[in-house]
Design a protein around this ligand. Structure first.
Ligand code: F6R
Length: 244
């Protein structure tokens, strides 16, 4: 895994946006895997600015998001579809019909998950996947567990994840307890992966995923077997990385 350490959140976000825009320049019709959460917000702002300046063109890009809360419609201001629309898609020249986020209101969840995986295959697989990381090592909403799923599936969020996502909701009881998430197989099949993390709160988990031991208790450790992963962190998140 390559690691890039930037001074602060702003520099980390700029670096990540540059990697994405260069990638799109080289492959204008690429398939991007995208993430939500607090971390990518500034990176998306950079991409919006670059798009407005004519430096990156999303017109032929397709995107696949990692996850969506179960029970929230795309209009709900805490749904991940709403997040993507307001933080990126509404502000760039992407064709919204080419942006995919799981349907949190799907009646038949199994069917929704199966269709989501089929769609990823149909459009040619993910070229470049963006990941954030949970304090507990989750990627997408693949939470620590004895067994991990390879395919898109319904997952129960851990107490830790519910607590940490409560900051986006009025009260903790409003945080959905389930989500649809791409599985580890879907993530690992991406040709290239960029994981971003910022702040002291992520320092412990970042040092763990670089340690060299793979465990389903920390799903992100699986990234060690992927051939092309770049981790971009700021100095605060890099604080506990052991020097070689
Ligand atoms: C979001 C996602 C999650 C987040 C992770 C970190 O689509 O899949 O894995 O990336 O929970 O979230 P933040 O960036 O809010 O710390």
């Amino acid at each position: 895994m390559n690691i890039i350490i930037e001074k602060n959140y702003e520099a980390m976000s700029k670096k990540a946006a540059e990697i994405f825009s260069e990638f799109i320049e080289n492959k204008p019709d690429c398939i991007l895997g995208l993430a939500t959460g607090g971390t990518p917000v500034e990176m998306y702002k950079n991409l919006i600015r670059m798009n407005k300046e004519g430096k990156v063109d999303f017109s032929k890009v397709n995107s696949i998001n990692l996850d969506e809360y179960r029970g929230l419609s795309g209009d709900h201001d805490q749904s991940y579809r709403y997040f993507m629309n307001t933080n990126l898609f509404n502000n760039i020249n992407i064709n919204k019909a080419n942006t995919f986020v799981p349907n949190g209101l799907a009646k038949d969840i199994e069917e929704e998950c199966k269709n989501y995986d089929e769609r990823i295959e149909q459009i040619g697989g993910i070229d470049l996947q963006l990941l954030g990381i949970g304090n507990n090592g989750h990627i997408g909403f693949n939470e620590p567990a004895e067994f991990l799923n390879t395919k898109t599936h319904l997952t129960h969020l851990t107490e830790d994840t519910i607590q940490s996502n409560a900051r986006f909701f009025d009260k903790i009881e409003d945080v959905p307890t389930e989500a649809i998430t791409m599985g580890l197989g879907g993530i690992m099949k991406a040709k290239r992966i960029v994981l971003i993390a910022s702040g002291e709160g992520k320092a412990n988990i970042i040092s763990k995923i670089l340690e060299g031991k793979i465990t389903t208790d920390i799903p992100a450790t699986l990234l060690q077997v992927h051939p092309d992963v770049t981790i971009i962190v700021d100095e605060a998140a890099a604080k506990l990385i052991k020097q070689p």
